[in-house]
Design a protein around this ligand. Structure first.
Ligand SMILES: Nc1ncnc2c1ncn2[C@@H]1O[C@H](COP(=O)(O)OP(=O)(O)OP(=O)(O)O)[C@@H](O)[C@H]1O
Ligand SMILES: [Mg+2]
Length: 370
């Protein structure tokens, strides 16, 4: 047997774990000033003072979540008086869900999903903080998911004005915005209590992408498994969007493709083939966050984009039993999140939309909906 052929129990990954999405990289470079800004904002907490609120923003896959989690871990080493909680707003997308998650992470008990009001649950959180004399730092990760349905303001408002109602409560917020070009803004009432330190995570330069990707390759694969050509190809693909998540996903899939061929080397073809799946990462993530009714409507639009809106509504109503108002709310939401193009140029927003079309290749949308 040729030495280039992989035996069934052999692998080209020396440490495949470092290619998982939830892996917190030890080697985290090109973000020194952002890490430093986060450290300074949290520093007051070490002296029992409320940390400075932060607004962390930048395009997808630029290290925002990673930087915040790394700084949380660093500060945890110095103090037990601060509770750090990260809420993924794509999963917990209402005020109640956010405070449930906070409660769960503080008390290590999952609160009931009904039968308790937001207010009572929030009071339990505050009581825990006051009794234990802890400062709470909440990272609202991907808070952009809270904007389309208007939950961002009430979540922020509740957290940031807590001390007015409950004197002594210390809560600060790190709002993380994954900036995909969709406009957002906080209510002025939130703005006046938020007053954040803004920390920008710009898109990585191609040389930075190459640096980060090659370092990850070194940790994930055995020596000489990934050729320079394959590595360059990954870097080129990542540079199309600047999203490192795609690069890490590409490395994992390319490696698995090579193993499937029982090869000890990742080839350019393995990377090309992997890109077919990796490039849909964003779209699929976006679609996954939709409700079942929203997915149904998107599926109908993707299946036949030439349907007049009236016909589309009829079909939607037949399948879901939902009415006009909800139909247009969903159209609007998917328009704001750039999943569909809609022409609202008719008189009034509702009832006059002339056409609705998928903003992506219909085939790709249907693949993500599978
Ligand atoms: N400077 C870096 N060094 C090493 N790895 C990095 C770096 N920046 C990002 N990564 C890796 O890229 C992936 C994406 O990073 P992260 O999840 O922090 O991005 P994000 O800015 O939060 O993206 P999103 O807006 O989509 O949530 C992670 O796997 C992370 O480990
Ligand atoms: Mg993130």
């Amino acid at each position: 047997m040729s030495k280039d052929i992989l035996l069934w129990d052999e692998t080209i990954f020396s440490n495949g774990e470092v290619l998982e999405f939830d892996y917190l990289p030890e080697h985290f470079v090109h973000r020194d000033s952002q890490m430093q800004a986060l450290r300074f904002s949290l520093k007051p907490a070490l002296r029992g003072m409320r940390p400075v609120n932060c607004l962390v923003k930048g395009p997808p896959g630029t290290g925002k979540t990673t930087a915040v989690m790394k700084v949380f871990n660093e500060v945890k080493e110095y103090t037990d008086d601060v509770a750090f909680v990260k809420v993924n707003c794509q999963i917990d997308s209402t005020r109640f869900a956010v405070v449930s998650r906070i409660y769960e992470q503080l008390v290590h008990i999952t609160p009931p999903s009904s039968g308790i009001s937001f207010r009572r649950l929030f009071e339990k959180v505050i009581k825990y903080l006051l009794d234990s004399n802890k400062t709470l730092v909440v990272a609202l990760d991907d808070i952009n998911y809270l904007f389309p349905e208007g939950h961002a303001d009430e979540v922020m408002y509740s957290l940031l004005r807590a001390h007015e109602q409950y004197p002594g409560a210390r809560i600060s917020v790190i709002a993380i915005i994954s900036d995909v070009g969709i406009p957002y803004s906080f209510d002025p009432r939130v703005g006046s209590v938020f007053l954040p330190e803004e920390i920008a995570f710009p898109r990585y330069e191609i040389s930075e992408i190459a640096d980060i990707i090659s370092s990850r390759v070194k940790h994930a694969f055995f020596k000489d498994v990934v050729s320079d050509e394959a590595l360059d190809m990954v870097v080129t693909y990542v540079d199309r969007t600047g999203d490192l998540r795609i690069g890490i996903d590409l490395l994992k899939r390319s490696g698995l493709n090579a193993e499937r061929r029982a090869s000890k080397n990742v080839s350019v073809e393995d990377v090309d083939k992997a890109y077919e799946a990796s490039r849909l990462l964003h779209l699929c993530r976006n679609i996954k966050s939709l409700s079942d009714h929203e997915k149904t409507l998107l599926g109908l639009i993707a299946k036949d984009s030439s349907l007049p809106t009236g016909e589309l509504y009829k079909l939607f109503h037949e399948v879901t039993g939902l009415g006009y108002t909800r139909f247009y709310e969903i159209i609007e939401k998917m328009h704001i999140s750039r999943l569909i193009d809609a022409d609202f140029s008719g008189k009034g927003m509702r009832g006059r939309t002339r056409y609705v079309a998928p903003a992506y290749d219909s085939k790709d949308i249907l693949k993500c909906l599978e």
